[in-house]
Design a protein around this ligand. Structure first.
Ligand SMILES: CC(C)(COP(=O)(O)OP(=O)(O)OC[C@H]1O[C@@H](n2cnc3c(N)ncnc32)[C@H](O)[C@@H]1OP(=O)(O)O)[C@@H](O)C(=O)NCCC(=O)NCCS
Length: 166
């Protein structure tokens, strides 16, 4: 009689380490197509610096997050492989936290990882003694507009982005 062993997926959320940066940049570039302001700028204004496209600029946002608050970045691993991340900023003076960026690889979406990452970041904010959490999303991002309210965020205001060629 043969026995079949079914391996259950293991999900782990852990703190970011510097060696994760390249993977996070890669996930960012692969994930943000269609929902990044940097891409809209490029589509509407054209490429204004041949060495820097929207992907390079968007990946730079993650470097910026890593410089600003590396202790507040969390990565999600599925069976030992990084498949998502969330970045945060902590403003202790105003008791407020912000989530500037998050992404989950396309293959790992819809499994609740995004929601888990958000709750992980919110727990981190609470541990830091913060009183308010903020997150924003583009009007074109249907998933964000569903996910964030369902995690407890309330819509506050809509912002309009303007840009022009010089
Ligand atoms: C946003 C993102 C991180 C969510 O990751 P995820 O692991 O798939 O998230 P979850 O599985 O926890 O939840 C996704 C939710 O969106 C819903 N959803 C999926 N597609 C949707 C769509 N087209 N419109 C509305 N809701 C949608 C899912 O049903 C789920 O909601 P539910 O739990 O109530 O069923 C992921 O889609 C992503 O990386 N997107 C690209 C980058 C991005 O937009 N980042 C956020 C902006 S900073």
């Amino acid at each position: 009689m043969s026995s079949v062993v079914i391996m259950k997926d293991t999900i782990q959320i852990r703190k970011f380490t510097a060696t994760d940066l390249d993977t996070l940049r890669h996930i960012t570039v692969a994930s943000f197509g269609g929902v990044a302001l940097e891409q809209t700028l490029e589509e509407r204004l054209g490429i204004w610096d041949q060495s820097r496209d929207w992907k390079a600029r968007k990946a730079d946002h993650i470097d910026e997050d890593c410089r600003a608050n590396p202790d507040g970045i969390f990565v999600a691993e599925l069976n030992g492989e990084i498949v998502g991340y969330i970045t945060t900023r902590v403003d202790l003076i105003n008791s407020r936290g912000r989530i500037p960026n998050m992404a989950v690889t396309e293959a790992a979406r819809g499994m609740g990882l995004g929601r888990r990452l958000i709750h992980h970041a919110l727990d981190y904010f609470r541990e830091e003694g913060l009183k308010v959490a903020q997150i924003e999303t583009m009007a074109s991002n249907a998933i964000g507009q569903h996910l964030y309210p369902s995690c407890g965020f309330q819509e506050m205001e809509r912002q309009v982005h303007y840009a022009m060629r010089l």
